[in-house]
Design a protein around this ligand. Structure first.
Ligand SMILES: Cc1ncc(COP(=O)(O)O)c(C=O)c1O
Length: 341
């Protein structure tokens, strides 16, 4: 079976994680997270991020973002984020729907927000006619395959805190970011001043389920109620939480992400040999963006599906995944070559 370069969401479950799910099926357990697997997962998160961390498990990445942000804002407040943020373009308004707060998407060609951009909304503060900026939400890595440096994150966090705001991180691909920057999970999040992290892992080998990690634990006070009311509490929660033991065991999370990143580099290099294809962006993690002859895109997609990124210029995105190898990349390049030359 050919591997899909459309999205890391298309990849299956890592065998160790699948085995953990099957193993957790051995006995009956108390539901809604009052079980051994969930306790163990909480301990693992606390080992990584410190005891003064609160973690809750939810069904998916959109649910993690929306519930995390619900815990951070009131409906008269605003969340400032890049215009390319998943919360702004790919979650069907889930964040606005759940929080009632205003999303303020700012223009960021590289998918990265900077303090000056947030600064321009600060004159709204204290004026009853305007939604009050309360949260800056960043994605690490970003939807454009770019990365914030640790210093950039610290600066944004400092700015947020100096202005009575919070920093939320959409870490759907936090593992890929750690792998690329060669830095630990805690060092890239909590230690830099992130208040709440949406911790993703389904794109990196898990089957389902994400975590909301509170470093600013006072924000977690009502989270159990928010999660339940938002229909993000799974009764058989153990099937999410049992996966983390395998995910963190022997740094599987890191090996998986390193593999995906390395193969994106390889793909980028190999694509340079195809004359009718022009790479536009060297992703710092596991995506490659390129421009294809527009008239060929539909035909190519019918054979090996992938997403169009920018219709106007024929830009598409290819993604590599934890479960690919070099052969998969070379096979995909051969396919493109044969079709395009
Ligand atoms: C950056 C980012 N955040 C959040 C999500 C949401 O994940 P889910 O599809 O599980 O809701 C995605 C999914 O692709 C994503 O790419």
């Amino acid at each position: 079976m050919k591997k899909s370069f459309a999205s890391d969401n298309n990849a299956g479950i890592h065998p160790d994680i699948l085995a953990a799910i099957i193993k957790a099926n051995d006995y009956d357990y108390v539901s809604y997270g009052d079980d051994y697997h969930t306790q163990e997962a909480v301990s693992l998160f606390k080992e990584i991020f410190g005891d003064d961390t609160e973690v809750f498990f939810v069904l998916n990445g959109t649910g993690a973002n929306a519930t995390a942000l619900k815990a951070m804002v009131q409906s008269f407040e605003a969340i400032v984020c890049p215009e390319t943020a998943h919360i702004a373009v790919d979650e069907c308004g889930a964040v606005e729907n759940l929080t009632g707060a205003k999303l303020i998407p700012v223009s960021t060609p590289e998918g990265k927000i900077n303090i000056q951009q947030v600064q321009s909304f600060m004159h709204f503060v204290g004026d009853q006619h305007h939604s009050q900026p309360k949260v800056i939400s960043i994605s690490q890595s970003t939807e454009m395959g770019t990365l914030y440096s640790p210093d950039e994150i610290r600066n944004i966090a400092d700015f947020a805190h100096e202005n009575d705001m919070y920093l939320h991180m959409d870490g759907a691909r936090i593992a890929n970011a750690c792998a690329a920057l060669n830095i630990g999970l805690r060092e890239l999040t909590k230690d830099l001043g992130v208040d709440v992290l949406s911790f993703g892992s389904t794109k990196n080998g898990m089957g389902f389920g994400e975590a909301v990690v509170f470093f600013n634990t006072k924000l977690a006070k009502y989270f159990p109620f928010i999660r339940k009311q938002s229909m993000q509490l799974l009764s058989k929660l153990r099937y999410i939480t049992c996966q983390y033991k395998a995910y963190f065991n022997n740094d599987l999370w890191l090996t998986n992400a390193q593999n995906a990143n390395r193969l994106a580099n390889l793909l980028y290099e190999k694509l340079q040999d195809i004359p009718n294809l022009q790479t536009t962006r060297k992703s710092e993690v596991n995506a490659v963006f390129c421009i294809l002859p527009k008239e060929k895109i539909e035909h190519l997609q019918s054979k090996r599906f992938f997403y169009t990124w920018d219709d106007a210029i024929g830009e598409v995105r290819f993604m590599t995944s934890f479960n690919m190898n070099e052969r998969d990349v070379l096979d995909f390049v051969e396919f493109l070559k044969a079709e395009l030359i």
